[in-house]
Design a protein around this ligand. Structure first.
Ligand SMILES: *[C@@H]1O[C@H](CO)[C@@H](O)[C@H](O)[C@H]1NC(C)=O
Ligand SMILES: *[C@@H]1O[C@H](CO)[C@@H](O)[C@H](O)[C@H]1NC(C)=O
Ligand SMILES: *[C@@H]1O[C@H](CO)[C@@H](O)[C@H](O)[C@H]1NC(C)=O
Length: 197
């Protein structure tokens, strides 16, 4: 079942270039500038959106440097989100499979099993969101992305029941997936409501 996201990731590496050609009217803006502008605009529109995370993560992969429009940036963010979520699923499986008695208490183990399920569903929904985005159904993409973002939030909430006694071992993973989806969600909103710069 994790073959699909991997396939999509490979596919996406080619897409931003093609999408650029489908939008001949979008102003040509150099990549660092459109990354900064988009991240700044999104940070302005939301309290939880992190400008630093956005700027840093979009600049990490080479494909974003060839991206001159927001559709492309959103696809890059979703590609990173898919890679992130897929890695997190493997990380959680590893945590659950180790027999090291010092590693997991029963409560955390139950929480992590819930997280695993949430993430697996999240990956499937993320793949649908990519599809919606590529068909320029930005509102649908937005709804799907919001649903994906429930996964890290609900996963983290599970651990909060035993706050002070148990710490979530996947805080960073949850934060990263949330922020990456938030980038794509913000762009979907910008595109669907024509808040174009
Ligand atoms: C984008 O932001 C980075 C860091 O905030 C800055 O170093 C860079 O000069 C900015 N680039 C543009 C084109 O504004
Ligand atoms: C998730 O994405 C962030 C930002 O691109 C990156 O820093 C982090 O290493 C990724 N984490 C995983 C587990 O892939
Ligand atoms: C952990 O222990 C169980 C039995 O207690 C065993 O069936 C399982 O294979 C072990 N897993 C690992 C990864 O060692």
């Amino acid at each position: 079942m994790f073959q699909t996201p991997f396939f999509i990731i490979l596919f996406l590496l080619v897409i931003p270039h093609q999408t650029a050609q489908h939008y001949p009217n979008s102003k040509f803006i150099s990549s660092p500038e459109i990354i900064n502008q988009t991240c700044a605009k999104c940070a302005e529109l939301s309290d939880v959106f992190s400008y630093d995370f956005c700027a840093a993560s979009l600049q990490t992969i080479p494909v974003s440097h060839a991206t001159t429009n927001r559709q492309g940036l959103a696809l890059v963010a979703m590609e990173l989100a898919l890679a992130n979520a897929t890695t997190t699923v493997l990380t959680i499986k590893e945590m659950l499979n180790t027999n090291d008695s010092t590693s997991l208490d029963p409560f955390s183990s139950i929480c992590l099993k819930d997280c695993l399920e949430l993430y697996s569903d999240g990956i499937a929904t993320l793949v649908d969101a990519v599809g919606a985005f590529m068909s320029q159904k930005y509102e649908t993409a937005g709804v799907l992305l919001s649903a994906v973002m429930e996964a890290p939030v609900t996963c983290e909430e599970g651990f909060e029941e035993m706050k002070g006694q148990v710490e979530s071992p996947v805080v960073k993973e949850n934060y990263d997936l949330f922020q990456l989806c938030d980038i794509a969600l913000c762009i979907a909103r910008l595109l669907s409501s024509h808040w174009w710069v």
